[in-house]
Design a protein around this ligand. Structure first.
Ligand code: DO4
Ligand code: MG
Length: 295
């Protein structure tokens, strides 16, 4: 796993974390430098990291005490939608006021050859571990969308896997699909982290499991788990559609869709804490803040 953290001089530092949680500083400023060095040496990112680790000692600070930063400052974050049955069914509920038998554009996109892909975030709108995600002041029905994120190279190659939260307003999206950008994009509406798992170290990404827990007043209020086995599409297929006739920057993150949706009566509140865990990548923790209290 590759992480960024704030070091003793309060400067961003890059490190590799082993499965035993040993941390090794890397002599790079960002994740893409590992990828570039691997290209120059005609090796893999994993080989570059392993060579550095073999010549250095682990840090003494435990993983839990690190002040983690967003693992990649992605110029752009894109997201896929309605890639799981659960997402399709819950969006049908929003759009039809609960008449689940009505066929909608969500049913169509779930079955269509072309997936839904939308623009989600930029570096400045995205937060990292332990930072606050914000609520929109004009929505009364807001949820986190826990998703596996692909960290892509500019040719669509999957460099690594991370965790993303595609914060969403179900009422705005349900009122009219043309409101999707407003239901999805605002200040601090996207979180990424805590690490990037190098793709060479993931034997079968469809074996990844994702769990979301929401805490309210120090108590667990919601928990849901799902598996990437339930994904309707292939990760490469989603990346290929993003690339079609497009400029894709190195380090673009593509979220792959949500498979966990809290019950319909649930809406996030100021002070809630969201934890999204993918074993092998880590736990992304963010608190929820209302924007009104930030002004
Ligand atoms: O169709 C709207 C958005 C879908 C989405 O974000 C998801 O399925 O995760
Ligand atoms: Mg989503």
């Amino acid at each position: 796993r590759i992480i960024r953290y704030s070091n003793q001089e309060n400067k961003p530092a890059l490190a590799a974390v082993t499965d035993e949680d040993k941390i090794y500083d890397l002599p790079f400023e960002d994740f893409l430098e590992i990828v570039r060095q691997a290209e120059d040496k005609e090796s893999t990112a994993l080989q570059v990291v392993e060579e550095i680790i073999s010549q250095s000692l682990p840090l003494e600070i435990p993983y839990d005490e690190l002040s983690l930063l967003v693992p990649i400052e992605a110029q752009e974050v894109w997201a896929s939608g309605v890639t799981f049955e659960k997402s399709r069914d819950e969006r049908n509920y929003e759009a039809t006021g609960g008449k689940l038998d009505a066929a909608t554009f969500y049913d169509k996109v779930y079955d269509a050859e072309r997936p839904e892909i939308f623009f989600k975030s930029t570096n400045k709108r995205t937060v990292g571990p332990e930072e606050d995600v914000y609520l929109r002041s004009d929505s009364n029905w807001q949820i986190p969308e826990p998703e596996v994120g692909l960290v892509l190279g500019n040719k669509g190659q999957i460099l690594g896997f991370t965790i993303g939260n595609d914060m969403s307003c179900r009422d705005i999206e349900g009122e009219n699909p043309l409101y999707l950008p407003q239901a999805k994009v605002w200040k601090n509406s996207c979180a990424l982290g805590p690490a990037i798992r190098l793709s060479e170290t993931v034997e079968d990404p469809y074996e990844l499991e994702i769990t979301c827990r929401i805490y309210r007043d120090q108590e667990k209020h919601f928990e849901g788990t799902a598996s990437m086995k339930q994904l309707k599409r292939k990760f490469d297929e989603l990346a290929a559609y993003l690339l079609k006739d497009n400029t894709v920057f190195d380090g673009t993150v593509l979220l792959t869709g949500t498979c966990i949706v809290p019950p319909n009566e649930f809406s996030l509140r100021d002070g809630d804490q969201i934890e999204i865990e993918v074993p092998g990548i880590g736990v992304l923790v963010n608190s929820v803040k209302s924007q009104v209290s930030q002004l």
